[in-house]
Write a protein that binds this ligand. Structure first.
Ligand SMILES: Cc1cc2nc3c(=O)[nH]c(=O)nc-3n(C[C@H](O)[C@H](O)[C@H](O)COP(=O)(O)OP(=O)(O)OC[C@H]3O[C@@H](n4cnc5c(N)ncnc54)[C@H](O)[C@@H]3O)c2cc1C
Length: 479
């Protein structure tokens, strides 16, 4: 095989692309992985600076065990590298005076709280949780009813729920607002290791190489043109996002108008923006904390107001502290806090300054003394997400946090297919092919799409064997 000819080319080393490429290499396909940045990870990429190592923004995944994270590490022989945080997540919810109060551990029948209450029995823990959220005995009946009904949902019941929002689902139980707010707000050097394993399996990686065009001839993929040359393969798997793939990399002309219109109509997930705070001393004990109130939960109305440019009165605050997962991720005696809040997906959002100022204010209000520890800080927003990772090809889209496949009407049965109407072209990642949330969904898509690509590739192997028997040599057309 010519050195520029591959069985499959994967565009993008995000969670979906890197796991899919690694699995294809393991299945024996000569695979090329092309990534525009200088390292793998996509939106969960890690960087090293001034002795700190961190994701560009707070990215956590869970549950870690019995998950697609564990599956991919096992497939790559890296299972021993799973790291679990030694401190649980702390959540903060305001009391009647508006002061945010912490709760650590899990709710309702939870294990003991490792940080604050090592001896707490599940009953004590539950009583604490009820007091924290202002939940009464009467509310408990409704919560138990919801838990029982959710636990006994059949597959068809779950499928019926895929086209309504979670808000609509839980509202019918008449739950206390504090619980609705909690339910409403409800990892990752792994991808670099995945790409290392991919290379050990014989895969070829080209970093800092941008795919500019996917070559399609007579409805069949032939390869890709990149900033560093042309590469050929009868299979191209794109992790660049459905809209950038169709509208930019392949081009509208190769699809029928109905398909292009459906692609243009896809709605992005919400965005996340925030600040990376670098502290001169450790401030937080936990790996992750979330502060929410009855005003921070984004339903459709709040999302629409924000899309029109209104900054919410109160922000949801989601913090990840990498060195509380692994102390080697920050210099001794220092701490990096990756802080974020919800925002629209628009890469051109105009009111970023107002969000960042409000986030600073909320950090200091919820955790008095926090700002005294700040040595320096860096802000980030939807523009960075789009510039670094996901090309803006439609107005207001490109800075989304997750992708397209975690939105009401675009998940479950309504999820876009990973198999577009061009032979040899596949999508992988959070837009199509997987279930779950965020990074976990990306890896699930990597597994599912790699399986489909292998099935698609087999006819070539069979055709190749037939060619050998028939004495032919270069026949590589699709059956
Ligand atoms: C601020 C923020 C916070 C988040 N927090 C969490 C969290 O806490 N938990 C969680 O699970 N998820 C979180 N996510 C979401 C998660 O990171 C994404 O859902 C996941 O990374 C999407 O994976 P993916 O496989 O779809 O591809 P992406 O991560 O989108 O990666 C796509 C890759 O393709 C590359 N690419 C694109 N175009 C080209 C091209 N033309 N040529 C070459 N390469 C190209 C990009 O550079 C990128 O590396 C967060 C995301 C953001 C932005």
């Amino acid at each position: 095989m010519n050195q520029d000819q591959f069985d499959a080319i994967v565009i993008g080393a995000g969670p979906g692309g890197s796991s899919c490429a690694a699995l294809l290499a393991k299945k024996g396909l000569k695979t090329l992985l092309i990534e525009q940045n200088n390292k793998a990870g996509g939106k969960a990429m890690t960087v090293s600076k001034n002795g700190f190592r961190y994701e560009l923004w707070p990215v956590t995944g869970g549950p870690m065990y019995n998950s697609r994270f564990e599956d991919i590490l096992k497939e790559m022989g890296l299972a021993s590298e799973m790291v679990l945080p030694s401190h649980p997540t702390t959540m903060y919810y305001p009391d009647r005076s508006g002061r945010y109060q912490p709760f650590s551990g899990s709710l309702f029948g939870s294990p003991p709280d490792a940080v604050n209450q090592p001896e707490a029995s599940p009953e004590v823990q539950m009583a604490k949780a009820m007091k924290w959220l202002g939940i009464t005995e009467k509310d408990l009946e409704k919560i138990v009813r919801m838990a029982m009904e959710d636990a006994t949902l059949t597959i068809p019941d779950i499928e019926r729920l895929q086209n309504i929002s979670y808000d609509e689902h839980i509202r019918k139980y008449d739950l206390p607002q504090s619980l609705i707010s909690l339910l409403g707000m409800q990892c990752n050097i792994i991808f670099e290791r995945c790409v290392e394993a991919f290379e050990q399996l014989g895969g070829e990686v080209r970093f800092t190489t941008r795919v500019e065009k996917i070559i399609v001839e007579s409805g069949q993929v032939r390869g890709v043109q990149t900033s560093k040359g042309t590469f050929y393969a009868p299979i191209v798997v794109s992790n660049a996002g459905i809209q950038p793939t169709v509208l930019k990399l392949v081009g509208e002309d190769h699809f029928d108008k109905g398909y292009v219109n459906r692609v243009k109509d896809l709605v992005p997930s919400l965005g996340l923006m925030g600040t990376r705070y670098f502290l001169n001393r450790p401030f937080f004990k936990e790996g992750m904390n979330i502060a929410f109130s009855d005003m921070t939960y984004w339903d459709a109305e709040r999302a629409q107001k924000a899309a029109k440019g209104e900054v919410p009165d109160e922000l949801l605050v989601f913090n990840v502290i990498p060195s509380n997962f692994d102390p080697d991720l920050s210099p001794p005696g220092k701490q990096c806090v990756l802080s974020s809040t919800l925002c629209p997906a628009d890469p051109d959002m105009k009111n970023g300054d107002a969000y960042w100022a409000k986030l600073d204010h909320m950090m200091d209000r919820i955790w008095p003394g926090f700002s005294d520890c700040i040595e320096y800080k860096e802000t980030y927003g939807t523009k960075d997400v789009s510039t670094l990772l996901r090309e803006k090809v439609l107005p207001g889209i490109g800075g989304e946090c997750i992708g397209l496949g975690q939105v009401v009407g675009q998940c479950g049965d309504g999820k876009p297919s990973f198999d577009p109407p061009i032979r040899g072209l596949f999508y992988v990642g959070c837009d199509a092919g997987g279930y779950g949330c965020g990074t976990h969904q990306g890896i699930d898509s990597g597994f599912n799409v790699a399986g489909q690509v292998e099935m698609y590739h087999h006819p070539f192997i069979i055709a190749g064997l037939m060619d050998i028997f028939a004495g032919a040599s270069n026949r590589r057309s699709l059956p």
